[in-house]
Design a protein around this ligand. Sequence first.
Ligand code: TEU
Ligand code: CA
Length: 555
Amino acid sequence: MIKTRWYKDAVFYQIYPRSFCDSNGDGIGDIQGIISKLDYLKSLGITAVWLSPCYKSPNDDNGYDISDYRDIMDDFGTLDDWKEMIDGMHKRGIKLVMDLVVNHSSDEHEWFKQSRSSLDNPYRDYYIWRKGRGKNGKKPPNNWSSRFGGSAWQYDEKTGEFYLHLFSKKQPDLNWDNPKVRKEVADLCNYWFELGVDGFRCDVIIYISKEEGLPNGKWNPFTCGDEHFVLGPNYHKYIHELNKASWSKYDSMTVGEGQCITVDDAESMVAEDREELDAIFTFEHQEADAVMTVVPVKFKLTRFKKIMTSWQNIPENCWNSLFLENHDYSRVIPRYIKPEFRKEGAKMLAVAMNFMKGTPYIYQGQEIGMTNIENYGPKDYVDIVSKNVYNIAKKFPPLIPVVNWALQKRARDHARTPMQWSAEENAGFSDAQPWMKVNPNYTEINVAAAEKDPDSILNFYRKLNNFRLGNKVIKDGNYREYYPESNKLFVYTRTLGDTTYLVVTNWTSKVVAFDMPKDLQGKTSKLVLGNYFDSKPEAGDCNVMPYEAVVWELK
Ligand code: TEU
Ligand code: CA
């Protein structure tokens, strides 16, 4: 199979199905809801969808805990609905990339039910079981922490051993050292490929290979043990094997979730000749306003730019993913943008990101500038992480205000509030009370209002996507950054042949003076795109308005 690498020309839209659109009035988004919005997706100019998990799941972590990899969650519909959805996408020229969550399954998966039933069950070795420490064997086998808080080990009465879970205790880690597990994963990928899927976004794929002996980690409360399983000893071997056994047999794309991956890992993970993943999501830039992903700090543009630029400069045979939002991070408004400038700011971010090299991803609601919920408090928390962290804080009451402050800024819940379709009740998401709180600003921020406004963020995204699709300079052009030390402007060029795009973006709410870089002076210029003016004088020294983005073509 020759890979066309179609993803290099794609613009993705991420759907978090639970919160996208409810078709049958039970307050939960579903597949028929997605089907009803396919024309909307098409109208956005996107060409691929990443769909967060829609498989059978008891929903301890909203579908990231899968109990049957080959069937659809009852809340979302049936396999026939899914077939109708993918057909509808393909008819509109939209590819479908599904979430592949195989570092762990649900504890309600048949494999785990078997595995926990006895020491000599044939499925015992599908998961990672160890004897406990201490006199009575009731102490966890090592000090690794769950990424959701607490120990990564759960004691199981039935057989008197512990199983490993790097996420919740209802998400036991699969044992990839068992060849049968690897075969199961390849088989289930092939199953979905045969049903027409175009690729996979691989959840926490970097954790699949654990170091032999499971040694203790360097202590820290949320990521203890990382050094023993992030890109662990057999990671590359297992991924290459899976690529050969499944992914490479189809004209597919795979993008791996790269929590704590740095630019130095890029080549080993995605260089084409390695035949592993096609792309990864790095989260380094999410640290421009946080430490350890959860502790908020002030956003620093210089830090953000340094990270983005380092990724733009990865070797030629590697590929980038461009994203600001997904279902695990709070919204960029208000993280990077003062809410008074929501419209200008959202468009500016779209330009700054989407003129870079790589595949862009728009997260549902980002195209209308959805924001975090103000005054989001403990009674609202629905995400397992928010709830866990809050419960831990309750044991040490002085921590409560700090935790609430951090969750107000960073809770995953902010990204998961129902999609705001209209100013009607429940934001037009559902006829019934939605499964989680709707952001009260839906009366102003919604798709219907954005459709009517020619100047909306939504219509700007449409323009941008249409401009980007098929544009060779954006796809392949050389990247060069200017003024890296500026904490106000992000300026770069993309050049292919004799065409250069000059991208100037102001990340502040003040007017900022821009000096035309010396080597770009004297060229002819024309305005390509901007969020303030339809025409702007020739490129040159100028004042850049608050959160302005402007792109010139230079010859
Ligand atoms: O996320 C992996 C992950 O570790 C984080 O994004 C996590 O949400 C964060 O560290 C918590 O503070 C993936 C999925 O994207 C996420 O939704 C799942 O919960 C997680 O894996 C488990 O499958
Ligand atoms: Ca529903």
